[in-house]
Every structure is written in C-alpha cells, then in structure tokens.
Design a protein around this ligand. Structure first.
Ligand SMILES: Nc1ncnc2c1ncn2[C@@H]1O[C@H](COP(=O)(O)OP(=O)(O)OP(=O)(O)O)[C@@H](O)[C@H]1O
Length: 263
C-alpha cells in the first residue's frame, strides 16, 4: 500500500497555468477514483505529473517521499501510468510485449516468475486468445487491452489510467473496470482513472475528482461530486442526478446549459 498526498499542486505548460491550488489527500486505500472534466481541462496533465512525466509546482508525495525526487526505478515500482495513446502497432506479439513491460520494472523477479505473472494477467483480462498475435495485426481495442496488461503485470500500488476504455466496447469496458477494481481492492492500492463516460464513472468509481476551469470543482463520492450544479459548471450542460432501480446514481443530461451564471 502506498499513500498519495497532493498539496498546492500547480500544473503549467510554459507560461500557461492549467491547474492550480490542488490539494487532495486522504485517499481511501483500495479505492478507484474517477478523474473527470471537460476536454482540455488538464486530466492528462494531472496524471502525467503524478506519473513523474511532467513538471509541477507544489508537492506530490508517495509514502511521504516527494515524487520529483524519486528515481525512475523507485517510482516505477510504486506507480504505473497508462497513456491515452494505444501501444505502438509493432511486430512484437502481445505476450512478449507484456513480459518486456514487466521485466523493465520488476528487476526483483526471476524470468519464471515474470512469465507466471504474465500468464495470470492474460487470464484475468480474458485475452489469452491474442497472446501470440503481433500488435501490428490487432484492432485498437485489442491493443488497448495489451497496454493495460503491461500495466497490471507490474503489480503497482497506484495505477494512473488515462481513458483506458476509450477503444473498448461495453463488455470489455466493464471487464477492465472490474479487473482494476479487484486488483486495487486486493492490494489496498489506488487507481486514478481519467474517463469521459460520466455514468461509467458514477457506477464504477468509489470517488470522483471533477476538474473545471483552473482547478478542482468537487471531490468525493459520485453522488455528491456530480451534482447538477457541478455538471453545469464543468461541462456547461444542464442535467439531473437520478437513482437507478439497483440504487446506483446516474446522470441524465437534458441539454446545453440553462443555469444562469454557469455558462
Ligand atoms: N505538451 C503541451 N504543451 C503545451 N500545452 C499543452 C501540452 N499538453 C497539453 N497542453 C494543454 O494543456 C491543457 C490540458 O491538456 P490535457 O491534455 O491535460 O487535458 P485533458 O483534460 O486530458 O483533455 P482531453 O479530455 O481532451 O483529453 C490543454 O489546454 C492543452 O492544450
């Protein structure tokens, strides 16, 4: 288990400040956190800063250690980041791509152990049928699954996943979120997942971080974080929060913003 603490975070691209004054702490171990907000608000930049791939002001600590001071290897053992882009369509077969991703980080494991973990990941994600297919001959969704396998096989405490279900159909979206949820619970780790599908997030995340212009609009349980006012402020739409017959909250969007002052 790794503790994540974010204090007074500022993210800028050159002179352009994207996000500021972000303080987020007390993440519940074992929870899946949806990172939401409109296009261009800074979700990817936020995850990239957490992954140590982009500069930031303020502090991000893992178990009290400042992220920017960690070596590549120290960080890679705790945190794994899945970018929005799909893995390259190389001639490597999926099995080798996943083994390589694991070996690049898990220097502590024997080749046999890495192979065992790799096979477990193919089973977990239900993708054994593409294990020996080259990435160059896969669909976008299949490559996205291989990208996820490359993250999961490393057994990180914290997964940072940037739109991991963007290329997947409904069945695979649910499968992936189920696997991530189970792994995070078992390890008492964290997953921060950037998602555009609000209802997928409402249903599968324990809490949401909702970004609006310049910073965090809300953070908390889905039904508290995604109110009509927040929908309006973040996305400039008018919508309602309803409860489905199973008791889960979901959002219905009625149209573009009509709430005065939130345009
Ligand atoms: N390398 C970069 N250099 C300069 N500006 C950048 C760079 N990357 C992103 N930006 C800008 O930073 C802002 C946030 O981008 P980011 O990709 O983090 O948003 P996002 O919320 O993930 O968007 P989306 O939902 O469209 O993926 C945007 O205005 C974007 O133009």
């Amino acid at each position: 288990m790794t503790k994540l603490d974010i204090r007074d975070l500022v993210i800028a691209h050159g002179k352009n400040t994207i996000l500021s004054n972000i303080t987020l702490a007390d993440f519940e171990p074992g929870s899946v956190i949806g990172v939401l907000g409109p296009n261009g608000v800074g979700k990817s930049s936020f995850l990239r800063s957490l992954a140590g791939l982009a500069p930031y002001g303020g502090s991000i600590t893992y178990d009290g250690d400042e992220n920017r001071k960690l070596s590549h290897n120290q960080r890679a053992r705790k945190v794994a980041y899945l970018p929005q882009t799909l893995p390259q369509a190389t001639n490597l077969v999926a099995y080798e791509a996943v083994i390589s991703a694991c070996r690049a980080v898990r220097h502590d494991l024997t080749r046999d152990h890495v192979e065992t973990l790799t096979e477990q990941v193919f089973d977990r994600l239900n993708i054994r049928h593409i294990a020996f297919q080259p990435l160059s001959r896969m669909s976008g969704g299949q490559r996205q699954m291989v990208g996820l396998a490359q993250i999961i096989v490393r057994e990180p405490d914290i997964m940072l996943l940037d739109e991991p279900t963007s290329a997947l159909d409904l069945r695979w979206q649910l499968g992936v979120l189920d696997v991530v949820r189970t792994l995070v619970k078992d390890k008492q780790g964290l997953a921060l997942i950037a998602l555009h599908d609000i209802n997928l997030a409402m249903r599968h995340c324990d809490s949401l971080i909702l970004f609006g212009e310049g910073g965090v609009l809300s953070h908390g349980a889905p039904r508290h974080a995604m109110t009509p006012e927040m929908l309006s402020r973040a996305y400039h739409v008018s919508g309602r929060l309803e409860t489905c017959s199973h008791g889960s909250p979901f959002v219905i969007v009625d149209g573009l913003n009509t709430i005065e002052g939130h345009r």
